[in-house]
Design a protein around this ligand. Sequence first.
Ligand code: DGJ
Length: 704
Amino acid sequence: MPIQTHANAWILETQQTAYVLGLHASGRLVHLYWGPKLPFVSDYPGDHQWTIGSRPLEEFPFNGPDMFLREEYPTSAGIKFVEPCLKTRFADGVRDTQLQFEQAEILSGAVPELRLYLRDTVYPLRLVLHYRVWEAYDLIERFVTLTNEGDTPVAVDRLWSAQWHFPLGGHYYFNHLNGRWLNEFQLLREPLIEGAKVVESRRLTTSHHHNPWFAVDRGTTTEDQGEVWFGALAWSGNWKLVAEVTEFASTRISLGLNDWDFSWRLDPGQSLSAPGSLAGYTAQGFGEASRHFHDYVRETILPHGNTPHKVLYNSWEATLFNVDEESQVHFAEIAAGMGVELFVMDDGWFHRRDSDHAALGDWWPDERKFPNGLAPLIKRVNDLGMDFGLWIEPEMVSPDSELYRAHPDWAIHYPTRPRTEGRHQLILNLGKPEVQDTLIALLDRLLSENNIAFIKWDMNRNVSEPGWADAPGDPREIWVRYVQGVYRVWDTLRQRHPRVTWQSCSGGGGRADLEILRRADQIWVSDNTNPASRLTIQAGFSHLFPAATLESWVTDMGEDFLPLDFRFHVSMCGVLGIGADLRKWSDEDITAARKWIALYKELRPVIQQGDCYRLLSPFEQPFSAVQYVSKDKTAGVLFAFLTHRLDPVPPLIVYPRGLEPERLYRIEGFEDTRSGTAWMNTGIALGLGSFSSTVRRIWNASPA
Ligand code: DGJ
């Protein structure tokens, strides 16, 4: 039974874990337990201890009783100073929210859900806390819905998705992803001490700088063992995460919509939902935490599920905006000869787009470059046996474009301020339904008239002057309404063109999160295609996202010090693509590419659909290694890299993971057949030289 009630508590059990919350004698909903599943329902702790030492409430009057509680969803009420999840302002000026529990409801089904209904003690405001139990993935999903049941508007200044509590008294480490353009998903780790640590996005997108993912451990956890509490927010706009340690030994992480410059006018009868936050617990280290998320992403949210992705070619780094029918056909012919399956034309194809100074918004083919439209190019690509894909950047408008000249007010701006351009472009206000409808019509036409199998949806600047003169509510709603608009455009196009595969790109990995992955099947994780940099970017990304969502190109970046094989090996750790200038590749390069692409196709099910084991971290040492194992454990592959010049190079011993202990395996490059246990405990010696890499297949050798 995934959801049970016992002595004023609700017990949510997944395959391995339990999450328990209860109704405290004070009427507050409190957190009671999150960790391994316990044998008996009566094992779970009951009412929360709210004494500190032997003296209950000794801190009063400086800290009210609520300071000692671990409330599931604290509001700003009472003598309490922890981060509240909800902040409201009522028409009469009252600025706190005092919620009372009313009733609980348990919904059965494939994903059982607990709903807890709360209402303000004075004002007609209702809050529903939702807890969905993803049993197979050991994940709990939380979100909330706030409804104004009165007849005057209520201002919502903060609406977070969840506060996650870790066991009392612990000393924890906070692992998170940090970075910037060209250097996304860098793993950071720091101790949590009394006070609050904030990471957030104020950029309108998820951001290159921080990602709404966390993992919390007690300091000794490794990839393979130790406790981890991990989670993420499913939202593609401004978000905020606060990791807080109180002076009363309580550590918690709250996350949700960013309340910076935010307020929402909740009109009578209206509801506002906070995005989902998914979180889980494992005692098997960071690797297992990632694998839970990988399975969840592949099996429950990706639009095309666990379908393998094709090897693509894209000429962006080779040609920039300089595309036309003839040159693209030339690239397509070479790419097809190497075994590429999907040919994608990037920026530069649409009306008068010769540089980044003009044309965004005019989404029809440039008559000079494609006099007969895209059809002849697409036909040639299809005849070569490849699918055709196209780049778009729908949220943007160039001041020098027909769209902007017709609708200057559609750009996000303050009427009295200059409009700051980023990459010579402005952002369309996708909060406006008329903007959404126009984009839907333009892109629907493009997709209906052409045989397009893949779209790369880009977004190349962050926001400035976030005004909205004729906003339907509070202009600060733009942060949420914009993202809802992006979702609506994307969802409508997906619905009308279900066959199309989509990629989320925002100048690289600026928009990678669990909610965009309901629309996009993959992420362009970075504009940095230098394989040495890619190793850390990809390793950081893998903490939350599976390899099937990681598009990775082999380009000419890094060619000065890293061989082509190395560059292929790095990209083969995700969805392999080629982005090099093929006109410059020698016959040997093309032959090597053909070989690696063929091997990738063979290994693709293991890499994209199997389990990922990070064996050696590129964040910690010049060697790094990653391994993938098929779900049935009959096949695997291991990649290892040395990105530095070491003299002499120390021996590299790698210990494979994830093999079935009793099954016999062979590993490429070694003569012996051994059990999984043997390989995992004796390891393999890989003779890597400076700036080199290796790929080793792992085969089942047990008799059928
Ligand atoms: C940024 C993307 O990340 C690149 O791959 C490329 O598509 C350019 N935009 C095109 O303008």
